[in-house]
Design a protein around this ligand. Structure first.
Ligand code: PNS
Length: 175
């Protein structure tokens, strides 16, 4: 009996090995980087896509597009398979533009799974893009960009939760 691995079937089809890791990344934290690193061990090419979440108040943004892009490029520079880009419009259009058939997102909780599953179904419905949900590392499962900003802004220590470059920016912006 001949056994064909899925991997053999995909040979020559580079889009099958590219995934997109999307997010707002305002700012990037260690939970994000854990997911990006793990995705880069599973796939040949990971494109980190910096977008805007319409549900998050723009008035409370810490970083503009260039700032988020610069920090993500700096903090993923050691990962050969990772690229970083900004996008506007539909995430699925961006996936098509970079030749990705799937999105990888981290999930911290049941609430995340519910929210991400709804978006995954929509992205599958409109464009046939699949979503793979990676559970966040347990020791980082409470970390979010909004909590990092809030706690740092009120004088709490977030130095174990963000890369050093982000800590520097937090200190410059929020004191
Ligand atoms: O880090 P976040 O806030 O979870 O990122 C959410 C983001 C930016 C990935 C999401 O809002 C998104 O995909 N926005 C692009 C617009 C889009 O495609 N909307 C339809 C989602 S089903």
């Amino acid at each position: 009996m001949s056994v064909t691995s899925p991997r053999d079937d995909l040979d020559g089809d580079s889009s099958a090995r590219t995934v997109v890791c999307p997010g707002s990344f305002d700012p990037v934290h260690l939970g994000h980087l854990d997911v990006i690193e793990r995705a880069s061990r599973l796939f040949d090419r990971v494109v980190v896509a910096i977008g805007v979440n319409p549900d998050k108040p723009q008035g409370r943004r810490l970083l503009d597009d260039e700032g988020r892009l610069a920090l993500l490029r700096e903090t993923t520079a050691h990962l050969d398979r990772v690229e970083v880009a900004g996008f506007t419009g539909l995430l699925t259009d961006f996936c098509h533009d970079v030749g990705a058939r799937a999105v990888v997102k981290g999930v911290r909780s049941g609430t995340d799974i519910e929210v991400e599953t709804r978006m995954a179904h929509m992205n599958q419905h409109v464009a046939g893009i699949d979503t793979l949900l990676l559970p966040t590392a347990p020791h980082l499962s409470f970390v979010s960009s909004s909590l990092v900003k809030e706690v740092h802004g009120l004088g709490g220590d977030v130095s174990q939760l963000v890369p050093p470059a982000v800590l520097t920016v937090l200190r410059q912006r929020l004191g």
